[in-house]
Design a protein around this ligand. Structure first.
Ligand code: ATP
Length: 302
């Protein structure tokens, strides 16, 4: 019996994000190139004799009940398998919240994996992905991790060879955008063809390990909604591109912006500028990390 598991729940960025159409059920059909980054939340699972799921987090404003995606993931498996014991979750958030980096989805994915291990449920990766989809569209990808093409509403996943390694500068402006309203304000049928990113070209570039072509095809159709409304997003992108980024883009529904650098000195000086220099007026949270492409989960047991 495993009594204590330490897990890492990694964030993602979207190297490409396209929306094809809105389905009758309100979900959007997407084509996204997903990439895990080295920034992670720490998720500890502690075995409890008595049934139920409890959580503590380092952020007072996050739900500490079943509305937390980490709790929902644990409860889903414990209920389905009629487990008569429980789990306490200690969640230490480092991934910016409501930022387009799938933080909550990644916590849920880590908990699905961890609960299956702790209670010996023996679920395969595919089985965890199926359960994940009931929690959120990005959860199946967060179970998979690495570089991948995500289609449908996020459930059709094609693993890709690891994207060429880059330094990733992440900057979240001090504004909030609601994922829901961004999608509601996107009128996919009214976009010009040139407003859709070339996802197939991006996938091809990744397969060829061509970093120049890859960064040239970075694009996020949701910027057509958020950039006009929030000049901070364009300002951070411009600052990253001026400072030597090979590409810069908003991730997911934003407002986080990330820049890809092949020159680590340029990345470090851009980090300093956004964190402490003139950029710090628009960027509230700034991180410098890289792509994370290891396949195996790296949990530790106690
Ligand atoms: P995505 O990239 O999938 O759109 P996101 O980065 O926009 O995700 P999250 O940080 O995952 O958004 O969470 C957004 C909201 O979900 C928060 O406002 C928060 O109240 C709620 N939430 C529930 N569980 C969590 C969790 N474990 N971590 C962060 N937020 C959570």
């Amino acid at each position: 019996m495993i009594r204590h598991l330490n897990l890492k729940a990694y964030g993602k960025v979207n190297l490409g994000l396209d929306v094809l159409r809105r389905r009758d059920d309100g979900y959007h059909e997407v084509r996204m190139v997903m990439q895990t980054v080295g920034l992670y939340d720490k998720v500890e699972l502690l075995y409890r004799e008595e049934p139920g799921v409890t959580i503590e987090t380092n952020l007072y404003y996050l739900p500490a009940n079943e509305n937390n995606l980490a709790c929902r993931a644990a409860a889903l498996l414990l209920d389905e398998f009629g487990v008569r014991h429980g789990v306490h979750i200690r969640l230490n958030k480092f991934i910016p919240v409501a930022a387009g980096m799938a933080g909550g989805s990644s916590d849920a994915a880590a908990v699905l994996y961890g609960v299956s291990r702790m209670f010996g449920l023996g679920l395969s990766r595919e089985q965890l992905q199926e359960r994940g989809l009931r929690i959120g569209a990005d959860v199946p990808y967060c179970v998979l991790r690495g570089t991948a093409l995500s289609e449908g509403v996020g459930e059709i996943l094609t693993p890709l060879p690891p994207a060429p390694q880059c330094q990733v500068l992440i900057a979240k402006p001090g504004i909030s955008v609601s994922t829901r309203s961004v999608y509601e304000n996107l009128h996919a049928d009214r976009l010009r063809p040139d407003q859709h990113p070339d996802i197939d070209g991006m996938v091809e570039a990744i397969r060829r390990k061509d970093i120049v072509e890859m960064t040239a095809r970075m694009g996020n159709v949701l910027e057509t909604v958020t950039v006009p409304a929030h000049p901070e997003i364009a300002a951070i992108k411009d600052m990253m591109l001026e400072s030597g980024a090979a590409g810069a883009l908003m991730s997911g529904s934003g407002p986080t912006v990330f820049g890809l650098y092949t020159d680590s000195r340029a990345a470090s000086s851009a980090y300093e500028r956004l964190r402490y220099g003139d950029g710090s007026r628009i960027a509230r949270q700034v991180y410098l990390t890289d792509f994370f492409n290891r396949k195996e989960p790296e949990e530790t047991e106690e």
